[in-house]
Design a protein around this ligand. Structure first.
Ligand code: HEM
Length: 189
């Protein structure tokens, strides 16, 4: 895993819980915390940090990854504003992952192994995304999708009908978005 992911994790944990919490996680995971953005670190290191956070909070590693994905989006939107600004909403942003975001990431961070998503649209407009990766970080993807919707001010209904963690060959996400209702609209009637 690229060091930049650890940098963003440190940033997210520090903003939400303070620097002491990050230090405690590093201790629990047996890490010295020296992550350079261009470095490559074994998957086991991110697993150890996520596991330490899960233990500390008494939640599952999947819940930690989902939190991280959601919390990472505002940080990514600061670092990589262009990826967000050129899209009008969540679906366009997600559809730009394969063709724009992750290819750019591979150029910026040689050695990055970013997932490729399958995309389809159902007759009612629901977007279907297929995710396959030996890292099986579907909970991270869920968090990213939720964070992206929040970024664009949209409500999202997200389903995960097939999952590699439940023995399926791939994860499927069904994504439906709509503009978050404005307060004045709900009061109008
Ligand atoms: C500006 C937006 C984004 C940036 C800069 C970004 C960048 C990255 C980077 C650097 C990695 C690590 C690659 C490695 O360590 O080898 C990664 C992995 C990943 N990305 Fe993105 N990403 C973005 C948005 C998203 C979104 C919106 C999703 C999903 C909906 C997503 C899904 C994933 C997943 C699931 C992984 C884990 C690696 C794997 O499955 O093998 N990313 N991304």
């Amino acid at each position: 895993v690229k060091g930049v992911i650890f940098n963003i994790l440190e940033d997210a944990v520090t903003r939400a819980h303070g620097a002491a919490t990050w230090d405690a996680l590093l201790d629990a995971a047996g890490s010295d915390g020296a992550y350079s953005s261009l470095g490559n670190y074994p998957d086991s290191e991110i697993e150890a940090l996520v596991g330490a956070a899960a233990d500390a909070l008494a939640i599952t590693p999947e819940e930690v990854l989902r939190w991280f994905g959601t919390a990472a989006i505002p940080l990514l939107a600061e670092r990589y504003a262009a990826f967000f600004d050129v899209q009008q909403g969540t679906v366009g942003f997600l559809e730009s992952l394969n063709g724009m975001i992750h290819p750019e990431v591979r150029k910026l961070y040689p050695g990055a192994v970013c997932p490729h998503f399958g995309f389809g649209v159902e007759p009612d407009g629901t977007v279907r995304m297929i995710y396959r990766s030996p890292r099986r970080m579907c909970a991270l993807a869920e968090g990213f999708i939720a964070g992206a919707a929040a970024h664009y001010g949209e409500e999202v209904a997200l389903e995960h009908p097939t999952c590699m963690h439940r023995g399926d060959g791939a994860c499927t996400f069904r994504v439906r978005t709509r503009r978050a209702a404005l307060r004045c609209e709900s009061q109008a009637a």
